[in-house]
Write a protein that binds this ligand. Sequence first.
Ligand SMILES: O=P(O)(O)OC[C@H]1O[C@H](OP(=O)(O)OP(=O)(O)O)[C@H](O)[C@@H]1O
Ligand SMILES: Nc1ncnc2[nH]cnc12
Length: 188
Amino acid sequence: MTASTVQLDVSDFLRQHIRTVPDWPSTGVQFRDITPLLQDPRVFRVLIDAFVHRYMAPGLRPDVVAGLDARGFIIGAVVAYELNVGFVPIRKKGKLPFTTVAETYELEYGSATVELHTDAISNGQKVLLIDDLIATGGTMIAGIKLLERLGGIVTECAVIVDLPELGGSAKLAQTGKPLFKLVEFDGE
Ligand SMILES: O=P(O)(O)OC[C@H]1O[C@H](OP(=O)(O)OP(=O)(O)O)[C@H](O)[C@@H]1O
Ligand SMILES: Nc1ncnc2[nH]cnc12
């Protein structure tokens, strides 16, 4: 069995546990809800292990994991713990108490600002940036900008779900940052 065959099986398995909610939070949005992936301990373990196995490899092992508010925290923190590296939260505006750097970006349904503590990253640290999903790519690219403003090197971005129709993964590819994704929803 080839490695790509194994990855496809995991992808199909995880896809079955993602719920699609039509017209939420607004008309026309097909919301991909990852909470069922977390509810069943067996599924949650398959999900986390898919990330951990990849990033345990010496060439891909980060110095730190950064997670995007809020669903990126759920998986990012567990992956960091399993890799025995630290975890850094990138939060929505107004939540971090210390001095911050900030980036504003557009979403599929609105706009947002994310912030990072100025002492969260050391110069030259290799960072794995994790979120649950990439849609337009605004959140992920804002996260990369924040981490790199502090001297971090974002070696890879990782998500559970890619929505390629919304253009985010193509936009991210233009930045030269690799994207690791487990499930894709395209035109469904
Ligand atoms: O690629 P983009 O178009 O930027 O969209 C992706 C982002 O949107 C969702 O978060 P949301 O802002 O809804 O916040 P939440 O995690 O707090 O629900 C999702 O969890 C990603 O962070
Ligand atoms: N369609 C979608 N489903 C879940 N999270 C999202 N974030 C942005 N677009 C989304």
